[in-house]
Design a protein around this ligand. Structure first.
Ligand code: PMP
Length: 294
């Protein structure tokens, strides 16, 4: 079956979908992105991801390339064409194609580039959730506006590569004071000795995860207390549990950090409970979804 991608107004065979060599995303990483999970045909936190896309664009002086509703239709049409109900959707917007020059091109004459791709992802029975994942810590080498979801991801690519070479799933990054900021592509959480959820407060230092926001709502319903504050690897080593959150894999329990076993060394009840509640919450969003058939 051919696989399709959406690129600047058309649905194209995925292996033929190309972007111009002078696209500013390619030359300057001048663009932003989002990833949205589609679980059993239901788009998880679509509104939150569209809100963050709009915010990232506006922080960089760009508009939405098409209306929100058009984007929502593109997601569904692409999922339909690719016959996917369990998938991740990738959306990228760049400042368009222009002669290579640092200042912004004239936005009246240079349309933004929009691409959307999808790939299958099996959320049910994800072994990462069942077995838990290992994490290492590495220095955070990113720029000062980590709240903007830009496609300039080289520091995260290097961090993740370190993790892979160390046999780990994720790298938790450390700021210059030795506190964990977040994972290379996820937010970082621990469950403290006194049963509180701890995660870093939103600021320019981290990306405010859409999954993080949903988990905050769910933990309130579950009566779990939390503290938004930085924490060190040493505090994390002593935690009862640890986990990461991100749209691509939702909640992933962490069973070891830098070779320190966390808790019992198995996925803990808080992480697994939040995962279950998140899945139920996404099922509950079904009523809000635009109608479509895969
Ligand atoms: N932090 C970073 C650096 C990320 O790349 C991601 C994943 N996009 C997250 C946090 C989690 O965000 P979300 O829950 O919106 O996927």
């Amino acid at each position: 079956m051919p696989r399709y991608a959406y690129i600047n107004g058309s649905y194209t065979a995925h292996n033929k979908a190309c972007i111009h060599i002078e696209d500013r995303g390619f030359q300057f990483a001048d663009g932003v992105y989002e990833v949205i999970a589609c679980i059993h045909g239901c788009l998880a936190d679509e509104r939150g991801h569209l809100d963050r896309l709009q915010r990232s664009l506006s922080e960089l002086g760009m508009d939405m390339p098409v209306s929100r509703q058009t984007l929502q239709l593109i997601f569904r049409e692409l999922l339909r064409k690719n016959r996917l109900k369990n998938a991740n959707i990738y959306i990228q917007v760049t400042r368009g194609i222009a002669r290579r020059d640092f200042p912004f091109p004239d936005h009246e004459t240079t349309p933004l580039s929009l691409i959307v791709t999808t790939w299958p992802f099996r959320f049910d029975g994800n072994p990462r959730v069942k077995d838990g994942a290992r994490v290492i810590t590495v220095p955070d080498q990113r720029w000062a506006r980590r709240d903007i979801k830009t496609i300039a991801l080289l520091p995260q690519v290097l961090a993740k590569q370190h993790a892979v070479e160390a046999g780990a799933y994720e790298a938790w990054m450390l700021d210059k004071n030795g506190y964990i900021t977040e994972g290379s592509s996820s937010n970082a959480w621990i469950v403290s000795q006194d049963n509180k959820l701890i995660t870093r407060e939103p600021s320019h230092d981290i990306l405010r995860g859409v999954t993080r926001t949903a988990i905050d709502k769910l933990r309130q319903e579950m009566g779990i207390e939390w503290e938004e504050r930085p924490f060190t690897p040493e505090e994390a080593y002593r935690a009862q549990e640890a986990f990461t959150t991100a749209a691509v894999a939702l909640v992933v329990p962490v069973i070891a950090i830098d070779d320190h076993k966390i808790g019992t060394g198995k996925p803990g009840p808080v992480a697994l409970g939040l995962y279950k509640e998140y899945r139920a919450y996404v099922d509950g969003l079904r009523g809000e979804q635009l109608k479509w058939k895969a």
